[in-house]
Design a protein around this ligand. Sequence first.
Ligand SMILES: [Ca+2]
Length: 523
Amino acid sequence: MTLETREQNKNLELLLNYLPKDDILRNMEYKKNRLYLSIAEFNAMRLMIVSIILTFSMTFSMASEKPNILFIAVDDLRPELGCYGVKYALSPNLDQFAKTAVTFRNHYVQVSTCGASRYALLTGRSPSNSGAVQNHAFYRGKTAIQDKQLPGAQSMPELFKRSGYETVLIGKISHTADGRVYSYNGQGTGKHEMPGAWNRLSTPMGQWKRGWGIFFAYADGKHREDGQGHKNLMQFTVEKDTDLPDGLLAESAISELTKLKAGKKPFFMGLGFFKPHLPFVAPKKDWDAFEKITIPDPEDRKPFDSPYKHSSGEFFKYSTPYEKKRPLNHKSANMARRAYLACVRYVDRQIGKVLQHLERTGLAKNTVVVVWGDHGWHLGDAQQWGKHTPFEIANRSVLMIRTPDVKIGFSTNALAETLDIYPTLLDLCEPEFNETHYPLDGISLGPVLRGEKESVREYATSYWKDSISIRSKTHRLVAKIKNGKIINKELYDLSERLDTVENISSEGSAIEEELTKQISNTN
Ligand SMILES: [Ca+2]
């Protein structure tokens, strides 16, 4: 017996168990006093059985198809969402999504900067093994993805592509806005940032015409890098979602999903929205929506003392509608926070459109959906504006995963790292080709998603400049390292609140000792 025949027989066996026996018995009852069936009756009965078998076979074959993956990245999205308990945020679509997904409340990125965080996500390698802590990790230096096929996949989309998936990129999934490498000013070859990863690069350029143009977009095709000096921190003037890039990304995703639905292959779509990354630009209605909402001040307004405190340079280099005075006064800080939240509302609506289309087309039934923020953002917390710190707020970001078999969503305090996403997707989808060029450093979150375990790790590790930061369930240690030795330690108790306020590092502290030990255990 061939393998194929054995498989068919196994399917048939399963099938017989599921045949609606009542229908068959009813027919047999009717005929029990007769010696034979007429030809017409025989044919009718045969037709009924064949049709049951066919219906079941179709259902069976659909069920055995590989799940699709819709991976949604949102740039610079801290967990400032209703479903993360933030009451003044307006995120109805993600809140709705959370009802059928698993929301990780303690998800931490490996590096609090776009390129390196995404490199860890897409290669599955810890910065301690790859050395990738810079934005250009994908395409420069020894961490660069090689432009040739190696025995093992160099990136997650490449692995799924080699497993027969159709892989499509829309927007920012790796570091650049469209998967091609150019300088901000448009110079460069436009080589692929992750060679071998995508069947299609489908980022719409709209009026902005090029990658970094749509990324740093303002209304009417203007952008930060167009040589005209546009650098406003915020702009809320347009009416329609598609007057700005993220609306176009959602539109492209919808049209690609329709095409993918018609195709025969499973798909991996990477859909990377740009907002709420600076500059804060969204439709006017998103700004207006906060008119009557009280946005609280950051909980801690006094600056903290740490070698990693920064000057919020990326934020302060934009032109502001208020006097740029440090620290920002209450009114100015509130305006900046409102602008960020307005951008979140805009992106939330775009995600909603894509998820609704997934439902409408029936694709949702067999698609794993991941929503991920590439790192957190200090929104004025302790007078920091921006990312790029080793602290809780810069490392903590959104992670929500929906698998087709989860009917009721839940949120979990299980610690999770961005590195865990790649092995999780392998666990959920079981792609045929699963050889990676380097071992994966994360742990599958599958047991948490399936409700088998409360958590899969005791610590989450992040890297920033010369620091290694270890997060336990309750504390974060930030250790500054020079020549292999720890030269400074900061310890924060996060059991009551997540802000980085009071450094409680002290010699002889048991928790500090425990977390310090973990530094030598890091990958
Ligand atoms: Ca980012």
